[in-house]
Design a binder for this molecule. Structure first.
Ligand code: RP5
Length: 171
């Protein structure tokens, strides 16, 4: 039961830059995580074995990150009843429309919560994982509330700054 709360699985190390914001968010919320590289196509057996053992290892949420054919999150969801979040990595084809559709268009019965194929995808995956964990963990729920309040304060600071600078006639 000593595994991380969130297990990230990436189809390639080239996907790493797309999850940096998500890893930072989990650290800020003090939620444990582990990142692994396994591909639905290149190392299918290792990927499946890791997912199949995740619940017994104490993992609460799985995040699959992949681009292009992007079967990884769906394969993960097929081998566990834990919640699976998919992060489509932008590709050369229409900015990642292929990744987005591949991950989001799951058949009935095997859900994957699909994030955007944009720079927010990795971060939002982490925050959705935190919300799922926060359902039964008041400490995480409290940390999320603080996170939201910090975000709102940041917007208010920017509003005040832009208002002071972009005003005509100025005071
Ligand atoms: C996918 O193929 C990976 O998730 C990655 O987004 C994409 C390209 O992988 P590399 O060729 O850079 O290893 O499986």
């Amino acid at each position: 039961m000593s595994g991380p709360s969130v297990l990230w699985m990436l189809g390639s190390d080239s996907d790493l830059p797309h999850i940096e914001g998500g890893l930072a968010a989990l650290r800020e919320l003090d939620i444990s995580y582990e990142v692994r590289i396994h591909s639905a196509h290149r190392t299918p057996q290792q990927a499946v074995d890791l997912v199949a053992g995740a619940r017994d290892a104490g993992v609460k949420v799985l995040i699959g990150v992949a681009g292009g054919a992007a079967h990884l999150p769906g394969v993960m969801a097929a081998h566990t009843t834990l919640p699976v979040i998919g992060v489509p990595v932008p590709s050369d084809l229409s900015g990642g429309l292929d990744s987005l559709l591949s991950i989001s268009q799951m058949p009935s019965g095997v859900p994957v919560a699909t994030m955007g194929a944009n720079k927010a995808g990795g971060k939002n995956a982490a925050l959705l994982a935190a919300r799922i964990i926060g359902v039964s963990d008041p400490t995480v729920a409290g940390a999320l509330q603080q996170y939201r309040e910090g975000m709102a304060e940041g917007v208010l600071r920017k509003d005040a700054a832009v208002r002071a600078e972009h005003r005509f006639p100025a005071d």
